[in-house]
Design a binder for this molecule. Structure first.
Ligand code: FAD
Ligand code: SIN
Length: 534
């Protein structure tokens, strides 16, 4: 039986962004937080390095702003950058109030240890050893479980947003979402006065990634189908150092390892970053990832090496306990041996276009966290600015929702999801085949180094896949695999189209056909009604 549920605020996503927003709403608002897998399934709980904020008296807001602009190859929106950086300290204070157990260091101001990462001119990364995301997620989840007004709902997949326009009513307001219950197989409807997309990024669109399986860009695709613009989708960040080991699936070696002195080496033990950037291992990520990619291709090597062994076992096992232990499981003692590493897709810098309150182009619909495009990251995200963005925009979105609250909001009558025409598929091989094909051509043709020809090839392939997937979607009962594949194809198409529009190389978008950087920096904004497949 299909069901209808009604809440005040519906938050899709239980990561840092979704949980923080829920916790900033007052107790009289009935809040639902939906996750398509377990509550800690997204990227937030995997975050290692930490959260960037100016917390030391020798550091300054202007310096953090300048580093963010530089790392973003001067494309970032100055207003969004200033807004985020100025609100960073307050966000950290809020996290401390929630009892996040950050690593302490009495020698430093505030009593917390601050580490360093690429592109930062100061030590300004507050962290919980090398499992910051886990510490933040567990703490916020605990607070959410204690809140009587918050309901945490797992294993339900948002399929699409429900808007006035789609139901034939005037205007374009989001009034809820269709949600697949993975236990019953039915699609239920959820209505709410405010709907928040906190669905994380889309790096699963690439074959090799640091992200977990669910990072399929659902929020970006759903918002696009609901009429929202997508911004700067060509800028997908590749983290320079993921563990290269046949049994290690997408395990990250934190940038903080380089921040604490880790050296990148070739197989023959020679360093190479001096040939690419004077900041060496601590150059922004786009530069380090491209340098590694270049060296691997030049030498035909499968990986390069990251060596932190000179810091000794005590330092390493205290500062990087998770990385140390995980590598040991694979037979690598990082206090003695260098770590084999490769770049992998890590972070979606673009996303759903929002304003400073996380508000999208559709009334009543917000997007926060990695799914949003606020303008903060420009052409390349500065390390540890992502969790920060989650907290700052969760707060501004919560405030906006409350300021605009309608006490007389009318009850919405939502048409139930139409299940009459569909049957179960007997061809699920199409889904797994298309999933693999999509991720492979995105890696090969739309990866770290691009060309016009490769982008055209990718565009032809994604158009074919979109047609096939949409046909499948209309004929068969919806499943979580189908939802993710459909969304991944939309995201791939947005990345390719955005990359084709950028006739320059800037930050994470590097193309051999336009190797120079244009004198004027412009965002790439795509609008759904200009595309047939929207
Ligand atoms: P997520 O934490 O990814 O959560 C997304 C949520 O949405 C999940 O609950 C998921 O189940 C749910 N969801 C998605 N689609 C649907 C759907 N259709 N229906 C229902 N639910 C759905 N950033 C930093 O600033 N510092 C770091 O140290 C750092 N380290 C990182 C390490 C790793 C390995 C990775 C992968 C990322 C790291 N990042 C780091 C990036 C950062 O962790 C993420 O950008 C951030 O956590 C995103 O948070 P979020 O709340 O937007 O999304
Ligand atoms: C890391 O620890 O290297 C990840 C930091 C980030 O993605 O900001």
């Amino acid at each position: 039986m299909q069901q209808q549920f009604d809440y005040d605020v519906l938050i899709i996503g239980s990561g840092a962004a979704g949980l923080s927003l829920a916790l900033q709403l007052p107790r009289d608002k009935r809040v639902a937080i939906i996750s398509k897998r377990e509550l800690s399934a997204g990227s937030s709980s995997r975050a290692q390095g930490g959260i960037a904020a100016v917390l030391d008296s020798t550091d300054s807001v202007e310096s953090h702003i300048q580093d963010t602009i530089e790392a973003g190859a001067k494309l970032g929106n100055p207003k969004a950058i200033r807004f985020t950086v100025e609100n960073a300290k307050q966000s950290i204070e809020w996290l401390i109030q929630q009892q996040v157990p950050f690593t302490e260091d009495n020698a430093e101001q505030q009593g917390y240890h601050l580490t360093k990462e690429g592109g930062h001119s100061h030590r300004r990364i507050i962290h919980a050893a090398d499992r910051t995301g886990w510490a933040v997620s567990e703490t916020l989840l605990q607070r959410a479980k204690e809140a009587p007004n918050i309901q945490l709902i797992t294993h339900k997949v948002a399929v699409d947003l429900i808007t006035n326009a789609k139901t034939g009513l005037p205007g374009n307001r989001c009034i809820g979402a269709y949600i697949l219950d993975q236990e019953t197989g039915h699609v239920d409807s959820f209505s709410a006065q405010a709907v928040v997309l906190a669905t994380g990024g889309a790096s699963k669109v690439y074959l090799y990634t640091s992200n977990s399986d669910g990072c399929s860009g659902d929020g970006i695709a759903m918002a696009w189908r609901a009429g929202c613009r997508a911004g700067n989708m060509e800028f997908n960040q590749f983290h320079p150092t993921c563990l290269y080991h046949p049994k290690a699936k997408s395990f990250l070696i934190s940038e903080a390892v380089r921040g604490e002195g880790g050296k990148l080496l070739l197989a023959n033990g020679q360093p190479f970053m001096q040939r690419f950037d004077e900041r060496l291992e601590l150059a922004p990520r786009d530069i380090v990832a491209r340098a590694i990619d270049h060296e691997m291709k030049r030498l035909g090597d499968d990986c390069v090496y990251l060596d932190i062994s000179h810091r000794g076992k005590k330092f390493i096992s205290t500062h990087f306990p998770t990385i140390y232990e995980r590598c040991l499981e694979y037979g690598i003692d990082i206090s003695k041996d260098p770590i084999p590493v490769v770049p992998a897709a890590h972070y979606t810098c673009g996303g759903v276009v929002t304003d400073q309150h996380g508000l999208t182009d559709v009334e009543g619909l917000y997007a926060i966290g990695e799914t949003a495009f606020t303008g903060l990251h420009g052409a390349n995200r500065l390390a540890s600015n992502s969790l920060l963005e989650c907290f700052v925009y969760a707060q501004s979105a919560a405030q906006h929702i409350l300021r605009n609250w309608q006490t007389e909001y009318p009850a919405q009558s939502i048409k139930p999801w139409d299940e009459s025409q569909v049957t179960d598929s007997d061809e699920d091989v199409i889904l797994s085949h298309n999933w693999d094909e999509l991720r492979r051509f995105m890696w090969d043709y739309v990866g770290i180094v691009r060309t016009n020809k490769r982008l055209t090839r990718a565009q032809h392939r994604v158009d074919l896949l979109l047609a096939e997937i949409n046909e499948f979607y209309s004929n068969y009962r919806v499943t979580s695999d189908l939802v993710e594949l459909r969304n991944l194809a939309v995201v791939a198409s947005l990345i390719i189209r955005s990359a084709q529009q950028r006739h320059e190389s800037r930050g994470l978008h590097y193309t051999l056909d336009y190797p120079n950087t244009a004198s004027v920096a412009r965002d790439t904004i795509l609008t759904p009604h200009n595309y047939l497949w929207a």
